[in-house]
Design a protein around this ligand. Structure first.
Ligand SMILES: [Zn+2]
Ligand SMILES: [Zn+2]
Length: 147
């Protein structure tokens, strides 16, 4: 199962022990540039499958994919997207375009580490860190110059 289009150096395949629904969901998310909501994903799955897929199945599969580090949830828009570096443990920062909906993942250790160190100084135990930046992507910015 080697993807010919994936020429990323150091790219590693995701774990093989995914269920059919998890694998299909992950595939959909990897192909999309925009974060997708659970219901959008369910619709796409229903179009692709013969059997009907229910919301709880989709949520369960998404939770599992998140736990495996293959998928991130965009908290501010309640949507999901595939991780760009699943093989590498990381904290990510999402750049979210408010015009076209595209998302880009920045893998950052510096800022994330700084934030945690600051929290630690206040004796705050961090369990989850979410950093999301909303704005306009380079593509939309170049188009926006004419409108
Ligand atoms: Zn990631
Ligand atoms: Zn954009």
């Amino acid at each position: 199962m080697v993807e010919s289009g994936d020429a990323e150096p150091g790219h590693q395949s995701p774990p093989r022990h995914l269920t059919a629904v998890q694998a299909q969901l992950y595939d959909l998310l990897k192909r999309g540039l925009e974060p997708a909501s659970a219901y959008q994903l369910m619709d796409q799955l229903n179009q692709a499958c013969d059997a009907r897929v229910y919301p709880q199945t989709v949520y369960r599969a998404l939770t599992r994919l998140q736990a495996l580090g293959l998928v991130h949830r965009v908290e501010s828009s309640n949507a999901y997207l595939a991780c760009c570096a699943p093989a590498q443990p990381h904290r990510c920062i999402h750049l979210l375009c408010d015009r076209c909906g595209n998302a880009e993942e920045l893998i950052d250790t510096q800022i994330s580490g700084d934030l945690e160190a600051d929290a630690e100084q206040r004796q705050f135990l961090v369990q989850r860190q979410i950093v999301e930046l909303h704005g306009v992507c380079r593509h939309c910015a170049s188009q926006g110059a004419t409108t």
